[in-house]
Design a protein around this ligand. Sequence first.
Ligand SMILES: Nc1ncnc2c1ncn2[C@@H]1O[C@H](COP(=O)(O)OP(=O)(O)O)[C@@H](O)[C@H]1O
Ligand SMILES: [Mg+2]
Length: 415
Amino acid sequence: MRAYEHENFVNSSLLSSLLESSPDVIIFALDRHYRYLVFNSKHRETMRAIWGKEIAVGTSMLDVIGNDADREAAKRSFDRTLMGEHFSTEEAYGDEKLARLYWRIFWAPIRNDDGDVIGLTCFNMDITEHKLAEAELDNYRHHLEQLVDTRTAELVIAKDAAEAANRAKSSFLANMSHELRTPMNGIMGMIDMAKRRMADAKGLDQLDKAKLSAERLLGVLNDILDISTIEAQRLVLENIPMQLVSITENLVGTLGHKATDKGLRVRVEIPSGLDNQQFQGDPLRLGQILTNLVGNAIKFTEHGEIVLRARPVRETAEALQVRFEVSDTGVGIDAEAQTRLFRSFEQADNSMTRKYGGAGLGLVISKHLVQLMGGDIGVESTPGQGSTFWFVVPLKKRAPSSTSLTPSSSRPSAE
Ligand SMILES: Nc1ncnc2c1ncn2[C@@H]1O[C@H](COP(=O)(O)OP(=O)(O)O)[C@@H](O)[C@H]1O
Ligand SMILES: [Mg+2]
């Protein structure tokens, strides 16, 4: 083989193997008049598939492209390259319905030995699949966003409706239990009157039992009234003068006999300074929390004693933070049950309901009341040894009499 033949052989076979090296890549070269200098079979097949035309060396590529917009776009890229620019583009060609294909295209000018641009090369990768996958993903993303928006809107509506229904239910319960208390009081009054006229011992015993049942029922009604009033957000705390001593005296008066009946001791340990201090607040509600805690302590203790303590923990100009504790030596509560204690209708051990009675609302009400007062409540307990229920609330100090602050003016207008 002679030298030039060898060179021709190398050039032509090297060129064709380069052109055909990838089945997915289109390669072609055009002269300054957009006529084919060379192209690979992928390009020929693609032009056939998109435009239904056969191409040959010497054909102008602009004559093959059958769509005005595509032809314009292609010519713009050809001309940019023929101006000497080296760049890449992403383009779509072909009929929208038939063979719309996406390409990433690398454009490069061909220069002669003098550096003049005499044509262009085009290296063209099919990225249709990639583009379609991207579009599909976009579609999904958009769809998902819409779905999330719709669901969120639906949930908000459902939540509002549920909350409104819940408030309506609580209001109904509050009204209902209020209405139920009136006849209950009537029944209890009548039992008292009947007792006074009853001489027969058995009859008296029956009336006593009827009274006890009526009292229990009234207790449950009161609890339901409280919890529904709280849940309907209708509970408002009083703000009147109060002293701890009268609250605890009252408490011992109502619960003391229950403790003595069971052979239990009740001790109140409150430093006298705190006991007699004048506060401003809701003595009935504070008493209700203590009554429930002490009542529970008595209910769940068989031997030993119940201690009610109170001590100041922090003081500000307006209020004294007081920690109350009710300790017993009763059955105790295991760790798992402790987590459920302050939820509606929960009893630590549901099997004990019958033995001890109660609606399981006392602690929930207590927690709500403590929170309304701006405080916190909790429990520490060892099963078999006893429990200590505690709560901390700020007790507002009674405003000192205005005369002591402004001795010069005897009766200021603001009282
Ligand atoms: N001092 C206590 N010792 C043991 N268990 C208690 C004590 N106080 C409360 N519990 C448990 O917590 C439950 C809830 O108490 P509470 O809300 O007052 O409802 P109720 O007194 O109607 O049962 C009780 O049923 C009991 O299981
Ligand atoms: Mg209770």
